[in-house]
Design a protein around this ligand. Structure first.
Ligand code: XMP
Length: 514
């Protein structure tokens, strides 16, 4: 596997994962490593190309992030982006200086299309700039291949040594032809054939898992979310009934969700595995009785989850492997850049490894981005509705009910949420809005229904558009859709007499309504 590898050397830039995503979109496998990675390790990986990312430092300052100078002498093509471009120029004898004004945003750029990097790119195009420092003088041997009004060297190359420097960010979609530039680099200059595909990933992972697991016993905590489901199916295809999946239904899932998970993975489903559903609803409700503080609810749900799982694990006895649905952003964000094994410290499964008697962890998705995990899911024949499922918090509806959680309130929010989801799907918005759900406020107010006065709860609707879930805007759902949802919820869900639409963005709000 991964015969052709491109390394993305991370200098702490905010777009580092995006660079890696784009390279994989060129069907070239790549991995992200910290700039501190020793040169002998880089050489041992025999990369076809190396990309140096942006970063917050100034390369001429003492102690600035740097790489080994040997990196530029390996004969392997190197592309520096933003800070990476400045660092390359600085280390090879050019001059980098601080500009009087920061260049930021969409910028017109003139490029020299005779460069292999810019083959097929329009001579006058738009790029995304974000820098203070700039290349004041190119390193010896380099020639200028792009410029903007404020940036004399927007890109430079030394064809002979296969070194390329781009001041702007081709990985960002605002750089209109950026993808073409990255494609030219990895497929053209580095000569990668572009054979990284999800179907080959599936086949190769299955045989790798078989080799590793042998006749071992494997345990997986299945949440019904995308990552754990895809990981479970991969394991099931590889080792069948050596795998046991434990699904804890804490009674805080969306309407019918527990049954759907059971239908897919249970005895009537399509997969060869041992499926254990633990119906622990009552236990969770009992533990949550009288609790209103959101952090406390989270802790109780997380703690109880571990206890329930531990009891099941004890019934199963010692296992050889524990499956974790770790994905690449988890690995990168943990600061390890794919270098050593990490156990996902995730709120959903946090503490899980400690309560299970196992020998090793298997993380079949640890090199994949979320959308690649989805492609694998489709490749494996997992139903689309599961593959494209929205993020759902581990503590589930427990944190979408303000105030005390009761079985009745769970039913109310489940019903309201199901109506909301149904109408959003009918309006064709379900794949356009990244996350949407109903929450139950703890507010009761007066209304009138028929000839009767009511004093009931208000449901809050949330719908967020976001790329990274760190910041988000509320979606502008057409008014008719909101009206329809509102009238259906009030008519169909008892004890609700008002529906509110929450338009708070994140920040200052959060995506969840807890
Ligand atoms: P907030 O509310 O912090 O949510 O803006 C950001 C994203 O994280 C999800 N979220 C969670 N996911 N376990 C999870 O797996 C949790 O405890 C949890 N809390 C929030 C939330 O749904 C949103 O996508």
């Amino acid at each position: 596997m991964n015969k052709e590898l491109v390394l993305v050397i991370d200098f702490g830039g905010q777009y580092n994962q995006l660079v890696a995503r784009r390279i994989r979109e060129c069907n070239v496998y790549c991995e992200i490593y910290s700039y501190k990675t020793e040169i002998y390790k880089i050489k041992a990986m025999k990369p076809k190309g190396i990309i140096l990312t942006g970063g917050p430092s100034s390369c001429y300052e003492a102690g600035a992030a740097a790489c080994s100078p040997e990196l530029f002498e390996l004969g392997i093509p190197v592309l520096g982006l933003c800070y990476g471009a400045q660092l390359m120029s600085h280390m090879l004898g050019g001059e980098v200086a601080r500009a009087t004004v920061r260049e930021y945003g969409k910028t017109e750029v003139d490029i020299d299309e005779t460069s292999r990097l810019f083959q097929g790119v329009t001579p006058h195009t738009v790029c995304w700039m974000s820098h203070f420092d700039y290349i004041a003088r190119m390193a010896p041997g380099f020639r200028r291949i792009a410029s903007t009004a404020n940036c004399p060297v927007a890109a430079a190359e030394d064809e002979e040594r296969k070194l390329y420097a781009i001041q702007f960010h081709p990985e960002v979609l605002h750089t209109v032809e950026g993808f073409k530039m990255l494609h030219n680099f990895v497929r053209g200059i580095c000569g990668c054939s572009g054979d990284w595909r999800m179907d080959s990933f599936v086949e190769e992972s299955i045989s790798a898992i078989r080799r590793r697991v042998g006749k071992g016993k494997v345990l997986c905590a299945l949440s019904g979310g995308v990552d754990s489901s895809v990981a479970a199916v991969l394991l099931s295809k590889a080792v069948g009934e050596q795998l046991t999946c434990v699904f804890v239904d804490h009674g805080l899932l969306r309407k019918n969700e527990g049954d759907e998970v059971e239908r897919i993975f249970g005895p009537e489903g399509n997969y060869d595995l041992n499926f254990v559903r633990v119906n622990a609803q009552e236990r969770f409700y009992a533990r949550l009785a009288g609790v209103t503080e959101p952090e406390e609810k989270r802790k109780i749900i997380g703690g109880e989850f571990i206890r329930v799982f531990e009891e099941e694990a004890r019934k199963i006895g010692a296992v050889d492997f524990l499956v974790q649905g770790t994905i690449y952003p988890d690995v990168v964000e943990s600061g390890l850049g794919g270098e050593s094994a990490v156990i996902k410290s995730h709120h959903n499964v946090g503490g899980l490894p400690a309560c299970v008697d196992f020998r090793e962890i298997v993380e079949p998705l640890r090199n994949l981005f979320k959308d690649e995990v989805r492609k694998v899911g489709l490749e494996l024949g997992i139903p689309e509705q599961l593959v494209f499922r929205q993020p759902f918090p581990g503590p589930g509806l427990g944190i979408r009910i303000i105030g005390e959680v009761t079985a009745q309130k769970v039913r109310m929010v489940q019903d309201a949420d199901a109506i909301y989801r149904e109408e959003i799907a009918k309006a064709g918005l379900d794949r356009k809005i990244n996350q949407y759900f109903a929450a139950l406020t703890n507010m009761r107010s007066v209304g009138v229904m028929g000839d009767e006065r009511t004093y009931e709860y208000a449901v809050a609707l949330r719908a967020m558009e976001t790329v990274d879930f760190m910041t988000a805007e509320s979606a502008q759902i057409p008014y008719e859709v909101l009206q329809k949802v509102s009238s259906r919820i009030i008519n169909e869900v008892s004890h609700v007499n008002r529906v509110l639409y929450d338009i708070t963005s994140k920040p200052p709000g959060t995506i969840e309504f807890e």
